[in-house]
Design a protein. Structure first.
Ligand SMILES: N[C@@H](CCC(=O)N[C@@H](CS)C(=O)NCC(=O)O)C(=O)O
Length: 245
């Protein structure tokens, strides 16, 4: 697929029409988040929405239900959530980071999750990428392997993923020695990314004894009202989290 198709905006692929834009309350009520309460990447978007009390309609996607799955694939054929649909702007916005950037641009609230300073914004994006690529995705690889049929498992891949998680945790532990939030005093996009990644990494490779700074950071994140709410709402679904056999 040509890169230009992804980069052009407005793009038919993304459904970024930008037409029919209204203002005020009408804009605020136009957001629907297609998500699942147990999904770690959905948590990232939910935290951002809750941080700014952004009004939206949650739409639970049940990938095990053929109708729900087909409707979601019609919206975003890649089939990964979260996906934000903005009826006012006629935009379909996939990818948790991009959703947070979209919200910061079109539905800003009292917390600037994307720093306004360009250098700080780039540093935040680097850290967001770091948490997604080097902690969150290896964590997903380990849990995903638990769902594979016995003859389709990938022990070498799991071993590599765990190694990457440990390296990322070492770096996070050093980075968080003196800071309240990942970017310092302000809660940002990076903390939205860090919350689910650290939460689930701790379930796979408990790090309280080995990484004290990462552990204190995770406990600050859990106390943050936005993430505490996400965890409360996920609680009824926690039994679905795949355990190691
Ligand atoms: N890069 C994507 C990753 C999204 C993702 O991996 N979502 C998972 C749930 S946490 C998903 O949709 N899994 C369902 C599937 O792969 O079938 C993002 O940041 O939003």
């Amino acid at each position: 697929m040509r890169e230009a198709m992804f980069l052009s905006s407005p793009s038919p692929l993304m459904g970024e029409g930008g037409e029919g834009v209204n203002d005020g309350a009408e804009l605020q009520m136009s957001l629907t988040l297609h998500y699942h309460p147990l999904s770690s990447f959905c948590w990232k978007a939910l935290i951002a929405l809750y941080e700014n009390d952004t009004p939206f309609t949650p739409h639970l996607v049940d990938l095990g239900n053929p109708e729900s799955r087909a409707a979601f694939l019609a919206l975003w054929p890649i089939g990964k959530f979260p996906v934000l649909r903005d009826e006012a702007r006629k935009s379909t916005v996939p990818e948790s980071t991009i959703i947070i950037e979209y919200l910061a641009q079109h539905y800003p609230g009292r917390i600037a999750l994307v720093p306004s300073d360009a250098d700080k914004a780039r540093q935040a994006r680097l850290q967001d990428r770091f948490y997604d690529l080097y902690l969150h995705m290896p964590m997903q690889q380990v849990t995903g392997d638990r769902l594979r049929p016995a003859d389709k498992k990938d022990p070498y891949g799991v071993e590599q993923a765990k190694k990457r998680i440990r390296t990322a945790l070492d770096m996070i532990d050093a980075d968080m020695a003196q800071k309240e939030w990942a970017m310092g005093e302000a809660f940002t996009l990076v903390d939205c990314a860090a919350s689910p990644a650290l939460f689930y990494a701790d379930k796979i490779l408990p790090f309280a004894a080995s990484h004290p700074n990462a552990t204190s950071y995770l406990s600050r994140l859990k106390q943050r009202p936005s993430f505490a709410r996400v965890l409360r709402e996920a609680e009824p679904y926690f039994h679905l989290f795949p355990q190691e056999k």
